[in-house]
Design a protein around this ligand. Structure first.
Ligand code: SAM
Ligand code: MG
Length: 214
């Protein structure tokens, strides 16, 4: 049977990237997506905005919602300080299997915990299961109808502290109107938009950065 896109993406990583070199893994995936097949990674353009937010924050506890092939996972983890921990959630077992191999190729297994399952099931178990007090940084990039309910769930589970930064991808394309309405109007957040383009295209898209004020 024909291979899947994530399998072909992994093959491109193995062919073009150097083991243990996260930047070469990122470049190999971007090259594959620009020249062979589009894929739903945050991509290089929004990726550089993601990089600046992570670098500025220097977070120790990070949650990512939506791993896919591990592109943004590698992107974030490569910038984390020693001892920092990134938990990434993915409910598609085939994608998770590819992501594990991409993460291993980048040599970042020590910093990353890939958890298979649905965000709505795992968020309430973060404290007991992973000993997490609160997250410093959360990257939201899973299915768009889950951004708002999962944000409220993180609030209710006490996973956000004063100063926790939420960064949400694809707030224009495909768009998350209910989430934007919430973070932009709630007194519990200070929110701003970073204009950019949908991964590997010229269509407008952007990231919304929302600081939880407690
Ligand atoms: N963050 C990745 C990157 O930039 O490289 C891309 C993630 S992709 C846009 C979204 C992923 O979220 C998909 O792989 C999908 O299977 C996963 N997903 C969607 N809803 C989810 C949920 N409720 N819990 C866990 N994973 C979910
Ligand atoms: Mg995205």
């Amino acid at each position: 049977t024909r291979s899947t896109r994530p399998q072909r993406l992994l093959k491109a990583v193995r062919k073009r990237a150097t083991q243990g070199d996260p930047q070469s893994v990122i470049s190999a995936i971007d090259h594959f997506c620009r020249h062979s097949e589009w894929a739903m990674n945050v991509g290089d353009e929004k990726g550089s905005i993601l990089d600046s937010v992570v670098s500025e924050l220097n977070p120790e506890k990070v949650l990512e919602l939506g791993t896919y092939c591990g592109y943004s996972t590698v992107r974030i983890a490569r910038l984390l300080p020693p001892g920092a921990r990134l938990i990434t959630l993915e409910f598609n077992a085939d994608y998770a299997a590819i992501a594990r191999q991409v993460i291993a190729w980048a040599g970042l297994e020590d910093k990353i915990q890939l958890v298979e399952g649905a965000s709505e099931d795992w968020i309430p178990r973060m404290k007991e299961h992973f000993g997490i007090e609160t997250f410093d940084f959360v990257f939201l990039d899973h299915w768009k109808h889950r951004y708002l309910p999962d944000t409220k769930l993180m609030e209710d589970c006490g996973l956000l502290r004063k100063g926790t930064v939420l960064l949400a991808d694809n707030v224009i394309c495909p768009g998350v109107p209910d989430y934007l309405e919430y973070v932009r109007n709630s007194l519990s957040y200070k929110s701003c938009y970073f204009k950019s383009h949908l991964e590997y295209t010229k269509a407008e898209d952007g990231l919304e950065k929302s600081v939880f004020l407690g």
